[in-house]
Ligand binder design. Structure first.
Ligand SMILES: N[C@@H](CCC(=O)N[C@@H](CS)C(=O)NCC(=O)O)C(=O)O
Length: 224
């Protein structure tokens, strides 16, 4: 398998942590978004959205980071990261869809696009109105996450799943762009558990060093 990824991206952090957690072996093909690697004809044939990450398996190509998390975890059923029980699978899916629609696109994604992605992709200055909307949404959905985590070890109960990898992956970057989880104590406790996993620490260190290297190369002052 081969993962096409811009390693500084938080949407890749969860996948890289899962890779280490499950002891998976796949090659990482680096894609520098600022150089337009996502818009080449060859890459668009793999991912017509012109976005990363994209996973290539023997006869199958998959895009969307949450779909990739499920695909990888379901190959290791003994890990429990993708549960076998139907209701628990639906619960994990609920959080993956929530992450994609609300936590990412409507909240963190809106702020990071304005504060960082526009600079990486040369799309002009940030729009303060979009940042304000993203910040409002972050507060709304962080409160939902905080209440949902109350009394739980992991997002869907007592067992770690890919939902934790997906939702948690945006938090280090959220802190860097001013989206604080300080007002949400249960998010803080849950994220501390996630951040204590050796696989998470390894992937986060890898992401941070990829980000530092990219910033040094491009003399970029902004942070993902
Ligand atoms: N919902 C998608 C979002 C993917 C996405 O937006 N990727 C961004 C960077 S983190 C990208 O590749 N942007 C490049 C572009 O739009 O040109 C996922 O989770 O995989």
């Amino acid at each position: 398998m081969r993962l096409h990824a811009f390693l500084p991206s938080p949407r890749v952090l969860g996948i890289m942590a899962l890779k280490t957690h499950l002891g998976l072996d796949f090659e990482v093909q680096t894609l520098d978004l600022s150089q337009g690697g996502q818009r080449t004809r060859g890459y668009l044939a793999k991912n017509p959205n012109g976005k990363m990450p994209t996973l290539e398996d023997v006869a199958f190509t998959l895009w969307e980071s949450n779909a990739i998390l499920v695909y990888l975890a379901a190959r290791s059923p003994q890990s429990g990261l993708w549960p076998s029980d139907l209701a628990r699978q639906a619960d994990v899916l609920r959080w993956l869809f929530w992450q994609s629609a609300h936590w990412d696109a409507e909240s963190w994604g809106m702020v990071v696009f304005e504060k960082m992605s526009k600079a990486v992709l040369s799309l002009g200055p940030p729009d303060a109105a979009f940042i304000a909307r993203g910040e409002q949404n972050f507060a709304r959905f962080a409160a939902v996450l905080d209440r949902s985590l109350n009394g739980r070890t992991w997002l869907t109960g007592e067992t770690l799943t890919v939902a934790d990898f997906s939702v948690g992956a945006l938090l280090p970057s959220a802190a860097r762009i001013g989206l604080s989880i300080d007002p949400y104590p249960d998010i803080g406790l849950w994220y501390a558990r996630l951040a204590a996993l050796p696989s998470w620490q390894f992937a986060l260190a890898q992401q941070e060093s990829a980000l530092a290297a990219w910033q040094a190369e491009h003399q970029a002052g902004t942070m993902i």
